[in-house]
Design a protein around this ligand. Structure first.
Ligand code: FAD
Length: 624
C-alpha cells in the first residue's frame, strides 16, 4: 500500500558493488555498465538485470581496487537508486525493493538534502531564506535568513592570497554582495607559467612568481590531488567539488575514489575562476604584495600594499578596508614576521620533515599490480597509474638511544604522492632548497615520487636552539639551507640512493636518473637531519619495503629536502567567528594559518571563513 511504499521513497545508496576489470567499460566514470547493472540486480535479488532501467541509477563513487588479497582486481562502485524512477519504469521491482534491508555501509536510505549543489546555488538558496540542513546532525550548516536591509554600505573586504582558501573566501563574499579586493603577490596563471618556464629552463627564480606564489596558490603547478581527510561526503567538500566542476573541472572528480586534476586542468580552471570573480565585481590585484596591516586600537583597518610599477620599482600605498582575510599559505614567512611585529599571537605547531623518494613509475605499477601493470599504458589504460600510501609508527625504543632527542615516539609516512609526475623546486629564496611534486592529468611521466616525512615537534626545534613563535620556520630554514649547500647552488638538488642512505655511504659514480629538471648531485643526505630523524626514516623505509616489496632498490632515489608539509605555525582565531584572537577584523584562513592541509581542505576553510565574515557584516544570518 501507499504507506508501505512511502517508506521506500527517495534515494537508496548501494555500496561496494564490485565489477571485475574485464567487465568494466573503461574510463567513463558515469556509465552504468552491464556488469554494474548485474551487481545491482544481485543486491536487489532481481532476476533479470537487463530489465532494470539504467536511468534510475547514478554512480556516485568509483574506485579501482587491486589489493593483493583479492582474487581479481575490481572497480568498486557506490550507486544511488532513485526508487520512484525505478518503479515508474519497472513496477515489478516493487516486490524486490520492499524486501530491501538497510545495512550500514551496504544499503542505506539517503535522505533528501545530502547534496547541497555548488556554492553559487547554496548561496542562492541562502538568499531565498531556505534552510540547508546537514543531515548528519540536523543543524543548519549554511544559512537561514538573508539580511534584507539593502541600505547598508557594502563592506569592503581585502582577501590576501589567491590560493584555494583565498579564492573560495572571495567567492562567498562576492556572492553575498561584499566589495571584495583579492590581492595576490604573484602573477596570473599565464604569466606565472612563463616564470615557471624560465625557472625550469634558465634557472631564473622570480621571487614573487614561482611554484608557491601566484594565481591559484601553491596547488596550481601541482599534482592536483583532490583527496582530503576532512570527510569526502560532507556538504562542505561536495560544495567545493561541485563549484570546481561548475568552473570547468571534469565531472569525474565527483565520482572518482581518488580524484585529481593535474596542472594542465588546473590552469584553465583558474582562468574561469578569475573571470567568474570579476563578473561578480571582485577587483583582482596581481603582482601586489601585502607588506603590513593597518591596525588601530586592536582593529585591522586596512593593508599596506606594494604594487610593481615596473620590473624594478614598487609603489607602496595604503588600502583601507573593513576586514582582512589572510590566506597567504605557509611559504609567506615575511607575513609571519610582520604579524609578530604587531604582537599577533603565533603558536608553533608540529609538522613533518623528510625527503622525497622517486622510483620509476613502471616499478610502482608492477609492485602494486603485478602482471596487470602493463594495462596502465602511461595513463591511457583502463586502470589508474599506480600510487601508494604507507605509514609507520616508531616506538622511541627503536630510535637512536644515545641522544635524548630520540626519546619520542614518531610517525613516518608517505605524503603528497605523485604518480606519473616530476619533482619540482618550491623554494621562494635561492639560498633555500625545498622540493615537492607535480603532474599532468594523464600522469604519463616515467616517474613516481612521494615525500617520506617524519613528525617533528617544538622539542625538536628547541633541541637546535630555535625557540619562540617562529621556531618551526627557523627549523625548516636550517635544513633548506643545508640542502641548498649540499646541492652546491644553482638550484641543484642533493640526492642519494636509498640503498646508500641506509648504509650511510655515497656511490658517487652512479646516481640514477631523476625527473628533476635543474640537475641533481650525489650527497650525504643521511647527514642532513638530526640522527633520530634519519633513524626514523631508515626504520620506516625498511618497513615500507616489506609492504611494497621492491620499494628499496637500486633505482630509488632520495631528494632533499621536504620541509613544507604543513604550516609550522597556527594563527589563532575564534572557533565560530573565524576572527583572529589578537586583532579584530583579521581572519586568518587556510594552510598558512594552520587550519588546512591540501587544496580541498584549504578551499573549505576559505569558504567557511567567507560565510563567517559575511555573517559578521550582516550579509546573512544563520549558522555557518
Ligand atoms: P596557498 O595555496 O599557499 O596560497 C597562498 C597565496 O597567497 C599564494 O598564491 C601567495 O602568492 C599569496 N601570498 C602570500 N603572501 C602574500 C602577500 N604578502 N601578499 C599577497 N599575496 C600573498 N595539495 C593537495 O591537496 N593536492 C596536491 O596534489 C598537492 N600538490 C602540491 C604540489 C606542490 C608543488 C605544492 C607546493 C603544494 C601541493 N599541495 C597539494 C598543497 C596545496 O597546494 C596547499 O595545501 C594549498 O594550496 C593551500 O592553500 P592556501 O590557499 O591555504 O595557500
Amino acid at each position: 500500500d501507499s504507506k508501505e511504499k512511502s517508506k521506500f521513497e527517495g534515494t537508496w545508496r548501494l555500496f561496494k558493488l564490485a565489477v571485475p576489470l574485464d567487465q568494466d567499460p573503461g574510463k567513463d566514470f558515469l556509465e552504468v555498465s552491464d556488469g554494474l547493472l548485474q551487481e545491482i540486480a544481485n543486491v536487489l535479488k532481481f532476476p533479470v538485470a537487463s530489465l532494470l532501467p539504467r536511468e534510475a541509477f547514478t554512480v556516485v563513487r568509483k574506485s579501482f581496487d587491486a589489493r593483493k588479497k583479492l582474487k581479481e582486481p575490481k572497480f568498486v562502485h557506490t550507486v544511488d537508486m532513485d526508487v520512484q524512477k525505478l518503479l515508474s519504469v519497472e513496477p515489478r521491482c516493487w516486490d524486490f525493493i520492499s524486501r530491501l534491508e538497510p545495512r550500514v555501509g551496504l544499503v542505506e536510505c539517503v535522505h533528501d538534502g545530502r547534496d547541497f549543489g555548488d556554492l553559487t546555488s547554496i548561496i542562492g538558496q541562502c538568499k531565498e531564506n531556505k534552510d540547508i540542513l546537514n543531515e548528519e546532525n540536523g543543524r543548519s550548516i549554511f544559512s537561514t535568513e538573508l539580511h534584507r536591509n539593502q541600505a547598508i554600505r557594502k563592506p569592503k573586504i581585502a582577501v590576501v592570497g589567491s590560493g584555494p582558501s583565498g579564492l573560495f573566501a572571495a567567492l562567498v563574499l562576492a556572492e553575498f554582495g561584499a566589495d571584495v579586493t583579492l590581492i595576490e603577490r604573484g602573477q596570473p596563471v599565464e604569466k606565472r607559467g612563463r616564470d615557471i618556464g624560465a625557472l625550469v629552463v634558465r634557472r631564473i627564480l622570480e621571487l614573487e612568481s614561482n611554484f608557491c606564489f601566484g594565481e591559484g596558490g601553491a596547488g596550481t603547478w601541482s599534482d592536483g590531488k583532490l583527496v582530503t581527510r576532512i570527510g569526502r561526503n560532507s556538504g562542505s567538500v561536495l560544495a567545493v567539488m561541485r563549484t570546481l566542476v561548475q568552473l570547468g573541472a571534469p565531472k569525474q572528480i565527483l565520482i572518482d575514489g581518488k580524484p585529481h586534476l593535474g596542472t594542465d586542468r588546473l590552469v584553465p580552471l583558474l582562468r574561469n575562476f578569475r573571470q567568474h570573480l570579476q563578473d561578480l565585481g571582485v577587483t583582482i590585484k596581481f603582482g601586489t604584495r601585502v607588506d603590513d596591516l593597518v591596525i588601530k586600537d586592536g582593529h585591522a583597518l586596512g593593508v599596506m600594499i606594494s604594487e610593481s610599477a615596473d620590473k624594478f620599482h614598487l609603489r607602496s600605498q595604503k588600502m583601507e578596508c573593513d576586514a582582512v582575510v589572510l590566506a597567504v599559505g605557509h611559504s609567506a614567512r615575511d607575513v609571519y614576521e610582520m604579524l609578530l611585529a604587531h604582537n599577533v599571537e603565533l603558536v608553533p605547531k608540529d609538522f613533518a620533515v623528510g625527503l622525497r623518494i622517486e622510483h620509476p613509475q613502471e616499478l610502482i605499477n608492477s609492485i602494486q599490480y603485478a602482471e596487470l601493470a602493463s594495462e596502465v599504458c602511461h595513463g591511457r589504460g583502463k586502470i589508474p597509474v599506480a600510487d601508494y600510501k604507507v605509514a609507520n609508527y616508531i616506538e622511541k625504543e627503536n630510535l637512536y638511544e644515545a641522544s635524548n632527542l630520540g626519546a619520542a615516539n614518531r610517525s613516518c609516512y608517505s605524503f603528497c604522492m605523485c604518480p606519473g609526475g616530476q619533482v619540482v623546486l618550491t623554494s621562494t629564496n635561492p639560498s633555500e632548497m625545498c622540493i615537492n611534486g607535480m603532474s599532468f592529468s594523464r600522469r604519463a611521466s616515467r616517474w613516481a615520487n612521494a615525500a617520506v616525512v617524519v613528525t617533528v615537534t617544538t622539542k625538536d626545534f628547541e633541541a637546535l636552539n630555535y625557540n619562540g613563535p617562529l621556531a618551526g620556520v627557523e627549523f625548516q630554514r636550517e635544513f633548506e639551507r643545508q640542502a641548498a649547500m649540499m646541492g652546491g647552488g644553482n638550484f641543484i638538488v642533493p640526492v642519494q640512493k636509498v640503498t646508500d642512505f641506509l648504509e650511510n655511504k655515497l656511490s658517487v659514480t652512479s646516481v640514477p636518473p631523476s625527473s628533476y629538471r635543474l640537475g641533481v648531485k650525489a650527497a650525504n643526505l643521511h647527514q642532513l637531519f638530526p640522527i633520530h630523524i634519519t633513524e626514523a626514516l631508515k626504520h620506516s623505509l625498511v618497513t615500507f619495503d616489506k609492504e611494497l616489496p621492491g620499494f628499496i632498490c637500486n633505482e630509488a632515489l632520495l631528494h632533499g629536502v621536504e620541509t613544507r608539509t604543513s604550516s609550522p605555525i597556527q594563527i589563532p582565531r575564534n572557533i565560530d567567528s573565524y576572527e583572529n584572537t589578537s586583532v579584530k577584523g583579521l581572519y586568518p584562513v587556510g594552510e598558512g594559518a594552520g587550519y588546512a592541509g591540501g587544496i580541498i581542505s584549504a578551499a573549505v576553510d576559505g569558504m567557511h571563513a567567507g560565510f563567517a565574515v559575511a555573517k559578521k557584516f550582516s550579509l546573512f544570518h544563520g549558522n555557518v
